[in-house]
Design a protein around this ligand. Structure first.
Ligand SMILES: CC(=O)SCCNC(=O)CCNC(=O)[C@H](O)C(C)(C)COP(=O)(O)OP(=O)(O)OC[C@H]1O[C@@H](n2cnc3c(N)ncnc32)[C@H](O)[C@@H]1OP(=O)(O)O
Ligand SMILES: O=C([O-])CC(=O)C(=O)O
Length: 371
């Protein structure tokens, strides 16, 4: 038995939700480029859950359901008010999502209907939790979700800023949500599938996934990219900063990928958005620095930007606080996580691989007084 470090190249499940074949990403067989240009996030949610694009009435019903379930229990708001003000935003989200199960009477109902309903609830309530957390830590009261929102992006921005968001911001966030929605067997989705393959509940699966997404090698990289851009500070500093990092063999966040070796197809869309939003806000600094970093890292290391690289400057142009970047990734990926959880339940088998043992052998128990 020989282990493959990081399970690289191991095919661990079958799935019909998203594919990465020869560097091309599809959701249910539809190219991500097509979806990025044409689909809304709600259409993508429907596509991931039901395996087909919605009709007008199916889409309207989904949006209605998302609005209906968007309010969170008052106990969750009370709980968030008790979190220390400097709580890590992903830790806050992880705790609050775990607690949602306590106030859902059907949390442990494993029927397919209840599980699908819980997927809708999670998709609806996660944005509300994040916006409430962001306001409460600033000493502000949370804003209740709109009951007639037209999109998750609109409702989230409304709850975050407390007024009607502008159209450009809604459209940009919506496209970012489309781009992050699913990605085959990434670490957080795998964590979700492992959890529910024990026949544990969907809240446990999504809580596991949030914990996995938090790390800087996965979703946490978008915040790390922005921290890097802020540390670099100006275009003039890019060259020496990146050269020093590369000489010290340090990783540049937002570059490299386990599966894509010739570039992440999502990055070009986010790059374009970063450029457009930079022009609209009149601040091209983050974009220009990002382009220069890309030139250097690709030139010297052959590494291409992944989805997290340009999303950092996109969210900053939308005036979203840095530590909400990974929670926003979670808003989007909840659609993919829950689709995978439902798929896992449909054809379940416990996920339990083996480990190659590299420890001592033939040891004897030594009584404590002789150690
Ligand atoms: C949504 C997402 O999760 S996208 C990924 C987000 N994560 C990041 O952006 C963090 C930075 N990138 C990385 O750490 C990696 O590229 C990962 C985690 C994404 C992929 O990791 P792996 O497939 O395990 O690749 P691994 O870390 O082994 O890297 C292979 C080689 O490329 C180098 N490398 C990989 N990524 C980077 C990077 N961002 N900067 C510098 N060097 C890198 C490694 O140092 C290693 O070099 P070596 O062979 O000389 O030791
Ligand atoms: O697939 C991965 O390993 C990471 C990634 O890009 C994602 O989850 O979007």
């Amino acid at each position: 038995m020989t282990a493959t470090k990081g399970l690289e190249g191991i095919v661990a499940t079958t799935s019909s939700i998203s594919s990465i074949i020869d560097g091309v990403l599809t959701y249910r067989g539809i190219n991500i480029d097509d979806l990025a240009e044409n689909a809304t996030f709600e259409e993508v949610i429907y596509l991931l859950w039901y395996g087909k694009l919605p009709t007008h009435s199916e889409l309207a019903q989904l949006i209605k359901d998302l609005n209906q379930y968007a309010p969170i229990p008052s106990q969750i708001i009370d709980q968030i008010k008790l979190y220390p003000k400097d709580t890590n935003s992903m830790a806050a989200l992880r705790s609050a999502v775990s607690s949602l199960a306590l106030y859902d009477a059907e949390a442990n109902d494993m029927t397919p209907e209840a599980n699908l309903r819980k997927a809708i609830k999670l998709q609806a309530q996660i944005p509300t939790i994040i916006a409430a957390f962001a306001r409460i830590r600033e000493g502000k009261e949370p804003i209740a979700p709109k009951s007639d929102a037209t999109s998750v992006a609109q409702n989230f921005l409304y709850m975050l800023i407390g007024k009607e968001p502008d159209k450009v911001a809604i459209e940009a966030l919506d496209k970012a949500l489309v781009l992050h929605a699913d990605h085959e067997l990434n670490a957080s989705t795998f964590a979700a599938r492992v959890t529910v393959a024990t026949l544990s509940d969907i809240y446990s699966g999504v809580t596991s996934a949030i914990g996995a997404l938090k790390g800087p090698l996965h979703g946490g990289a978008n915040e790390a990219v922005m921290a890097m851009l802020e540390e670099v500070g100006s275009f003039e500093n890019v060259e020496s900063y990146i050269n020093t990092k590369l000489e010290n063999k340090e990783k540049i966040m937002g570059f490299g990928h386990r599966v894509y070796k010739n570039g992440d197809p999502r990055a070009k869309h986010l790059q374009k958005m970063s450029h457009e939003l930079g022009k609209i806000t009149g601040n091209m600094n983050w974009y220009n620095m990002s382009i220069k970093i890309e030139e250097m890292v690709t030139g010297q290391k052959g590494l291409k930007p992944n989805v997290d690289f340009y999303s950092a400057s996109v969210y900053t142009s939308l005036e979203i606080p840095r530590d909400l970047f990974t929670p926003i990734f979670a808003i989007s990926r909840t659609s993919g996580w829950t689709a995978h959880i439902l798929e896992q339940y449909e054809n379940n088998r416990l996920i339990r691989p083996r480990a190659e043992y590299t420890g001592l052998s033939n040891q004897k128990y030594i009584p404590i007084e002789n150690r």
